[in-house]
Design a protein around this ligand. Structure first.
Ligand code: ATP
Ligand code: ZN
Length: 301
């Protein structure tokens, strides 16, 4: 049984799991919600402790120049978030404050800074690994806040949320094998938590008419897979984890090479942490103390 979208939203708020902000897709995390998120992320860490991932931490903003270099605006301008600030002198400062107080348009007085909000946790990583990879490539782990401008009433579609990502860089065969293994592993992990997970090929929400073609190509080349769990509905289950094989898209731009000197391949996988938490809540109920013992044992060992 799934809660309806309204009951889910009401239940999340009624149990202080989420603290609304008045903006769609932006909410605070209550103590219990944050505990679920942290426990799941810790479980992922325990499961992968022997994988040899290098764990890095980045801020939720990226260099504006990196967004440009990645071609993000070619593909997803509708999702982008830019950080602007005030660069004026005293008179303009008084003016912008007055406009804000009196409900006039003050944003036009801001100018872009050097940073944009990170739309994916892994983007910061690639430019740091230009040059030759070690013999077996690299495995990186990051957990980061991301922003996507997709305001929605669905409790699972946020504007600001966290992703736990792993990023693999290496020779093509290694990277594809890693992705395939993880698809199994991710399914197994989520099923063990009682989630009704299935996987499917997927595509990104590329912008506009050319975007439709890019999405079709992505499916055809099987570059993106998702693990889906019914949350809002059984017919359109929600992606809780995505697997992306970028081929040489990032490695080409940043000169990431294998030990053999060829352009490397990269792939990443990302668990949407809030989505996993909401999928668990929708499956097992609003009070984690009442969740099945075998699920609790894994998250609260
Ligand atoms: P969707 O198809 O649902 O828009 P996506 O395929 O664009 O998601 P990715 O870009 O691959 O998602 O992001 C990795 C993971 O981040 C997803 O599997 C999902 O769990 C989570 N995620 C993506 N968008 C959102 C969002 N707006 N709110 C909450 N979690 C999200
Ligand atoms: Zn990624």
């Amino acid at each position: 049984m799934l809660y309806s979208m309204q009951d889910l939203q009401r239940g999340l708020e009624g149990h202080d799991l989420v603290l609304p902000s008045g903006v769609k897709g932006v909410w605070g995390r209550g103590e219990v919600m944050e505990d679920i998120i942290r426990r799941f992320n810790d479980l992922v860490s325990r499961e992968t402790k022997d994988d040899g991932a290098q764990e890095l931490q980045y801020p939720p903003v990226l260099a504006r120049s990196l967004i440009e270099k990645l071609g993000y605006l070619d593909n997803f301008p509708q999702l982008a978030g830019s950080v602007h600030s005030f660069f004026g002198k005293d008179a303009e400062a008084r003016e912008i404050a007055r406009k804000a107080r009196e409900g006039e348009d003050w944003e036009a007085m801001l100018q872009p800074t050097d940073v944009m909000l990170a739309p994916a946790a892994c983007y910061a990583v690639y430019p740091n690994f230009s040059g030759m990879l070690p013999g077996k490539g690299r495995l990186i782990s990051v957990t980061g806040w991301v922003f996507r401008h997709e305001p929605s009433d669905e409790p699972t579609r946020l504007q600001s949320f966290r992703m736990r990502e792993f990023i693999r860089m290496g020779a093509q065969e290694e990277v594809v094998a890693w992705r395939d293994t993880w698809l199994e592993r991710g399914m197994e992990l989520l099923k063990r938590l009682g989630l009704d997970a299935k996987s499917d090929v997927a595509s990104d929400p590329f912008f506009g008419r050319t975007g439709k073609m890019m999405a079709a190509q992505q499916v055809e080349q099987r570059l993106k897979f998702e693990i889906l769990v019914p949350v809002i509905s059984h017919e359109a289950p929600t992606a809780v984890c995505s697997f992306n094989w970028h081929q040489d898209h990032f490695s080409g731009k940043f000169g990431i090479r294998t030990a053999g000197g060829e352009t490397a391949h990269t792939a990443c996988l990302g668990f949407g942490l809030e989505r996993v938490a909401i999928a668990l809540i929708n499956t097992h109920g609003f009070d984690p103390a009442q969740w099945p013992a075998d699920v609790r044992k894994q998250l609260w060992p």
